[in-house]
Design a protein around this ligand. Structure first.
Ligand code: ZN
Length: 129
């Protein structure tokens, strides 16, 4: 791989010995999230084809509806996290990890310790909410 030229915009770039464990952590997290999503998908009652033919009572139907809503919302939450982790990983690749994608300032290292997949500083993340 070619070494990236130092960019003027980035005042500070994390050294690779710091980024390596972060990258490993995020890669593991991504695998875990994907696994969880897969197992959640299996639990969605709407995926159970037998329900189309059986004479489920109204109570069962309501439970299925509920189960579907829950799995759907968990899945979309997982999707968001997967995207976020992927984003952080690509930032590492680009040599821009720890730099806010919005304002270009350094993200607080305290914030990164708690949320290694953060790609925005606390200020900008709050603005997006
Ligand atoms: Zn920012």
């Amino acid at each position: 791989m070619k070494k990236n030229k130092k960019e003027k915009t980035a005042g500070f770039v994390f050294p690779s010995n710091v980024l390596k464990p972060v990258k490993n952590f995020l890669t593991q997290k991504l695998t875990q999230l994907k696994k969880t999503k897969k197992s959640i998908s299996k639990r969605d009652p709407f995926l159970d084809q037998s329900r189309l033919t059986d004479n489920a009572s109204i109570d069962d139907d309501a439970a299925e509806q509920y189960g579907h809503v829950v799995t759907t919302s968990i899945k979309s939450e997982l999707d968001k996290r997967i995207i976020q982790v992927k984003k952080a990983l690509s930032m590492i690749k680009l040599g821009k990890y720890g730099i806010c994608e919005d304002c270009g300032k350094m993200i607080d290292t305290d914030r990164l310790m708690i949320e290694p997949e953060a790609t925005m500083c606390a200020k900008c993340a709050k603005k997006r909410e």
